[in-house]
Each structure stands twice: as C-alpha cells, then as structure tokens.
Design a protein. Structure first.
Ligand code: CP
Length: 322
C-alpha cells in the first residue's frame, strides 16, 4: 500500500453520515479501497497506530462490527481493548457518563461505541477527549455500515450516482437504513424504501426517498436490493401479522427479484433471518449476493475511519491536536 494522501477530513468524531460531505465520503471510500488491497496480502499489518489505544465499548451484541473494528485497529498497530456492558461496572449501576469519565482517564485515542439508545454515542463524545466512533446507536445511525455498503456497491458497479437502490424491510427500527438513505441520497443515488406501512417511519419521505408498499413495484429496475431484518428486539407490540405472511409479501426470493435489473445485486447488513426477509439459497447465491463481500469491506472501511480520525491526534509531546 502506498502512503495514503492526506484528504480533508475535518471531523474529530464519526457519529453519523449526517454532516459528511460527498467529497469526505468519497475520500473515506478511496482510502478504504487501498485497505482492501492491503487486507488481501499475507502481511496485513501497518505501524500507523503504534502506541495508540482503541477501546471498543459495546452495550449491544455484535459479530461483524465489533470483530471488524478489533481487526481494523490491530492491523493498523493499535492496542485494542474490548469491553461489553454485561462484563463492566455498568452491571453494578455505574452510569454511562461515569463509565465515559473512567475510560477517558485512561487516555484512549479512539472509543468505538454501540448503544441501544439513539443519541447515546453523541452524548458520550462530549465527555471524551479522544475520537468517538458510532458503531450503531438505537435506530439512529450506523455510519460505518453505510460506508461499507457504499464501498461494496462502488467496487461492483463503479459508481453510486444515478443507481436505483431499493431498501426493503424494517426501515422503522433500522439505523442501517437511515445511514444508508443519508449516504446514498447525498451521493446522488435514487433510494426506494419498501415496507409495510407499520415498518416505515412517518418522516421517511422527507429523507428524499420514494416509498413503496408493494415489493414487486418497488423493485422494478433496481440496481441494488438491500434487505433488512425484522428488529424484534426494538419492537413493542405487533408490527407484522406473522413471519410467514411477512415472507410471502416482503421476503426476497428469485421471483420478486426478477422485477429488478437482471444483474441487480442483493445486499444484507447481517445478521440475516433466513426464510423471514430473504430466501436462504438466494442469500448464498454468489452470482447475486454480495453479503460476504460487505463483511470484507467492513474491515477496510473501519481501517480508513480509524486512520483518518487518528490524523486529528498526532503523536507529539503535549497531547492532542484538535
Ligand atoms: N451489520 C451489523 O451491524 O452486524 P453486527 O450486529 O453483527 O455488528
């Protein structure tokens, strides 16, 4: 990997896609492209973050995001510590703010946080001297997921502008949908939101998307079909009659996919509920599904984000440069 050019990235934290300009998003994706190549080499390590400390603080379960942030930090040379709420003093009643103050006293350089409450990560960022990265907060944002999705699309189709992207499923509870809508619309893609009325936020049309309740119509001539799972853990009450009926009307199978472009790509942020929002064979169809590729891109995007944010904190006596 050649030394990456210093792109303009004026942010200390990454709390969401909201507030990022198209050129900043392009800069992250360009840098991530270089990390994809590095990650395919036998020697994947760089010394860029030697001496830096990264804490991953997860208040919700995660496979992809937590593991890839850990790999990203380690491949850049950082010391990485993983904390889960269930194994921390939060279980003894310590507050989020006290937890932040405690971690801050240990002088980390980056704090990666996942939290069930929208806005909790932004609140934490106000109490920390280091960079804070949102790894998913409630139904608000999951910025690195949207960035890795964009990288996957851009590497496959060469662009984002002008593409028709259909986002289907539980959009109401999905931080992934929100971050993707923000990113894709600002980059010039046409976004369709496809869901039953019960699973759409009332404000979705104000986000510049086309709304569909009929999946066949919504998928017509789409370039990308992005499926979302039902987020039962965020639901209080009943949003769909049954998972069987949900699959019949909103589950992606080859028949519904035939409405999209012949070469349309199928995406899913994971974790998948096979047979609920997606047919199991379609999910594994390497000619259509780029779900595993999304996971690969996740490591590279998170390396790019850690790299860019670290440039706000140069190694020099006297501490942080903001
Ligand atoms: N896509 C995603 O955020 O997956 P995890 O919950 O496994 O991190």
């Amino acid at each position: 990997m050649t030394d990456a050019p210093l792109i303009g990235f004026p942010h200390r934290h990454l709390l969401g896609i909201e507030g990022l300009s198209p050129s900043e998003i392009t800069g992250i994706l360009d840098l991530a492209d270089q990390y994809v190549e590095q990650n395919r080499q036998v020697d994947k390590k760089r010394a860029l973050l030697n001496g830096r400390t990264q804490i991953n603080l997860f208040f919700e379960t995660s496979t992809r995001t937590r593991t890839s942030f850990e790999l990203a930090g380690k491949r850049l040379g950082a010391d990485v510590i993983n904390m889960t709420a269930s194994a921390s003093a939060i279980k003894k009643g310590e507050t989020l703010i006290d937890t932040a103050a405690t971690l801050n006293a240990m002088h980390p350089d980056a704090l990666v946080v996942r939290h069930p409450n929208s806005g909790a990560v932004a609140l934490l960022s106000q109490k920390m001297d280091c960079s804070v990265i949102n790894a998913g907060d409630g139904s608000h944002e999951h910025p690195t997921q949207a960035l890795l999705d964009a990288l996957t699309i851009r590497r496959r189709l060469g662009r984002l502008a002008g593409l028709v992207v259909a986002i289907c499923g539980d959009i109401l509870h999905s931080r992934v949908a929100r971050s993707n809508i923000l990113l894709l619309t600002v980059m010039g893609a046409r976004v369709r939101a496809i869901a039953p009325p019960t699973l759409l936020p009332s404000t979705v049309e104000r986000m510049g998307v086309e709304v569909h309740h009929d999946m066949q119509k919504g998928l017509k001539d789409a370039d990308i079909v992005m499926m979302l799972r039902l987020q039962n853990e965020r639901m209080s009450g009943t949003y769909v009659p049954s998972t069987r009926e949900y699959y019949r009307y909103y589950g992606l199978d080859n028949d519904k996919l035939s409405n999209a472009k012949a070469e349309a790509l199928v995406m899913h942020p994971g974790p998948m509920n096979r047979g609920v929002e997606i047919d199991t064979e379609l999910a594994d169809d390497i000619n259509r599904s780029v779900i595993r590729e999304q996971v690969e891109m996740g490591v590279a995007v998170r390396m790019a984000v850690l790299d860019l944010l670290s440039r706000h904190r140069p190694n020099r006596p006297g501490g942080a440069g903001q």
